[in-house]
Design a protein around this ligand. Structure first.
Ligand code: 5AD
Ligand code: SF4
Length: 449
C-alpha cells in the first residue's frame, strides 16, 4: 500500500457519542494509510467534518465551518502551494447530500455514516484524478461497514465501542431512522474482539454504544441471537477491564435480564442514561414512544431495586407540537420523581421529513424557550444537590485528561461527574481513590487519598 508519511489529517466531530466513535474509526483507517493526526486545521492535508443532523442548529454549524475550511484551503494553496482535501461524513450527508454540494461545491467527498469505510479508496481516487466534482455516497449497503474497518485501537482510558447502529423506533421527531437506517447488531465475537483490542491498547472503561443499544440482538458463534445482557456479562469477564457502561437505552426495551445486570455485574457503573423525552402520556403517544410515563417509572423503580446506588440521566424535549402547560407540568413532575443527576434538554426542532414537522399546533419559540429554562433550572437543582451530597465521600476516579492548571488532572467518577484533582501527572489513565472536597453544579474537586 502506498503511504504518504508527511500528510496530515484533521477531523472535527459534531453530535453524539456514535459520531465520536465513527471519527476514531476513520482515524484508524487514515493512520493505516500512513496519515498522521493534527489538531491544527491549517496544517491538515485532509479535513473531515463528521456531522450531526439531530437538531437544526447542529446542521447549520457545518456550513459555517465549511466556509472557513474553504478559506484556509485557499490560503494553503496560495502561500504554501499545498492542496487540501475537504470531506464531510455523518448524518447531514445522509439527509442533505444535494444541499451540501449546492452550498459548498468545493467539498471533495461527502459520505453517509454507513459507508465511511470507503474513505481510503476515495482519497486515493481523488489524489490520482484530482476530480472537478465532489463524490457523494449515501448508500445503505447490504454488508456492514464493520466488516471492512481495520483493527481499532484505544481512544484513551475510556473508549466507545459501537455494538448496534440504526433505529426502528421512528419517534415522530427524530431523523435517526432515516440517517442511520434500520437496526443492525454486530455479532458477539466481533464485539469481544474489538473489546480485547481496546483493553490491550490501554482502555480501562468501555462504553457500549448504539442508537437503541438495549435492542441489541447480535449472533453468537452458533448463530443464536443474544441480547445486551448476555453481551454485558461476556464483556465483564474480559481481563483488565475496570468499568462498563452502555448507551443509549430505550425504556420499553429495558427487560428484566438487563435490569438484573445492574445487580449482578460489579463493574457495570451505577449510572444509566434512559431518555424519557416527556412526562405527558398524550405527548409520548404523539411522539410514537412505546411507553407511558407510568411504564417508565416502573422501569426506574426496578432499576433502583436492582442497584440502590444507581443514578439516572435522561433526555427531554420541550415544546413538542400540541404540548400544553399541563403536559409540560407532567414533565416537571417526572423529573421530581426520578431526581436525575444529569440530563440533556432541548427545544423541539422541526426536522424535515419527520412526521412531527407537519403536525398541527406547533409551539411558539417564546414558549419553548420559557419552558426550557424552567425545566433546566429544575434539572440543575437536582444535579447540584447530588454533587453537593458527594462532598466528603471517597470515590474511585478514572483520570482521563489534563486539567487547565499545571499538576491538575480531570477524571470521571462512577456517576459520570467530572472531578478535578491535583495529582502526579503519571496518574493519567489510572483509577485512583479521591475524597470529594467541593462541588458545583457541573463538577467536583477532590484530593488524593
Ligand atoms: N428536536 C429536539 N430534540 C431532539 N432530539 C432528537 N430529535 C430532536 C428534535 N427534532 C433529542 C432527543 C434525543 C436526543 C439525542 O436528541 O431528546 O434523545
Ligand atoms: Fe430517535 Fe427514537 Fe430511535 Fe432514539 S429511539 S434514535 S429518539 S427514533
Amino acid at each position: 500500500m502506498e503511504t504518504c508519511v508527511s500528510e496530515k489529517y484533521f477531523i472535527k466531530t459534531f453530535g453524539c457519542q456514535m459520531n465520536v466513535y465513527d471519527s476514531s474509526r476513520i482515524a484508524d483507517m487514515l493512520e493505516n494509510e500512513g496519515y498522521t493526526a493534527t489538531s491544527k486545521q491549517s496544517d491538515a492535508d485532509i479535513v473531515i467534518f463528521n456531522t450531526c443532523h439531530i437538531r437544526e442548529k447542529a446542521a447549520e454549524k457545518l456550513f459555517s465551518d465549511l466556509g472557513r475550511a474553504q478559506l484556509i484551503a485557499q490560503e494553503r494553496q496560495e502561500n504554501e502551494g499545498k492542496t487540501t482535501i475537504i470531506g464531510v461524513v455523518g448524518c447531514v450527508v445522509q439527509a442533505e447530500d444535494t444541499q451540501i454540494m449546492k452550498r459548498a461545491p468545493f467539498v471533495d467527498f461527502a459520505v453517509g455514516p454507513l459507508v465511511y469505510h470507503k474513505i481510503p479508496k476515495l482519497l486515493r481516487d481523488i489524489r490520482a484524478h484530482r476530480r472537478q466534482e465532489g463524490v457523494v455516497d449515501t448508500d445503505f449497503p447490504a454488508i456492514s461497514k464493520f466488516d471492512f474497518l481495520p483493527e481499532n485501537k484505544a481512544q484513551g482510558a475510556c473508549s466507545y465501542l459501537a455494538v448496534q447502529e440504526g433505529c426502528n423506533n421512528f419517534c415522530t421527531y427524530c431523523v435517526v431512522p432515516y440517517t442511520r437506517g434500520a437496526e443492525y447488531s454486530r455479532p458477539v465475537a466481533e464485539v469481544l474482539k474489538e473489546a480485547r483490542r481496546l483493553i490491550a491498547t490501554g482502555t480501562l472503561e468501555i462504553n457500549l454504544l448504539g442508537q437503541n443499544v438495549n435492542s441489541y440482538h447480535g449472533e453468537d458463534e452458533n448463530g443464536q441471537e443474544r441480547g445486551l445482557a448476555y453481551l454485558l456479562h461476556k464483556i465483564a469477564e474480559l481481563d483488565g477491564l475496570k468499568r462498563i457502561r452502555y448507551t443509549t437505552s430505550y425504556p420499553a426495551d429495558m427487560n428484566d435480564e438487563l435490569i438484573n445486570c445492574h445487580r449482578d455485574i460489579p463493574i457495570l457503573m451505577p449510572y444509566l442514561h434512559l431518555p424519557v423525552q416527556s412526562g405527558s402520556d398524550k405527548i409520548l403517544k404523539a411522539m410514537n414512544r412505546r411507553h407511558t410515563s407510568g411504564d417508565y417509572l416502573r422501569v426506574v423503580e426496578k432499576l433502583y431495586r436492582a442497584n440502590p446506588d444507581l443514578k439516572m440521566s435522561s433526555d427531554f424535549i420541550v415544546g413538542f407540537p400540541d404540548e400544553t402547560e399541563a403536559d409540560f407540568e407532567a414533565t416537571l413532575s417526572i423529573v421530581k420523581q426520578v431526581q436525575y443527576i444529569q440530563a440533556f434538554s432541548f427545544k423541539y426542532s422541526r426536522r424535515p421529513g419527520t412526521p412531527a414537522a407537519v403536525m398541527e399546533n406547533q409551539v411558539e419559540e417564546k414558549v419553548k424557550k420559557e419552558r426550557l429554562e424552567i425545566l433546566q433550572n429544575l434539572l440543575f437543582s437536582y444535579q447540584e444537590k447530588f454533587n453537593q451530597a458527594c462532598v466528603g465521600k471517597v470515590m474511585p476516579v478514572l483520570l482521563e485528561q489534563k486539567g487547565r492548571h499545571k499538576g491538575q488532572l480531570i477524571g470521571r467518577t462512577p456517576y459520570m461527574q467530572n472531578l478535578h484533582i491535583e495529582t502526579d501527572g503519571a496518574n493519567i489513565n489510572k483509577i485512583i481513590n479521591a475524597k470529594v472536597i467541593s462541588a458545583t453544579t457541573n463538577s467536583l474537586s477532590g484530593k488524593e487519598l
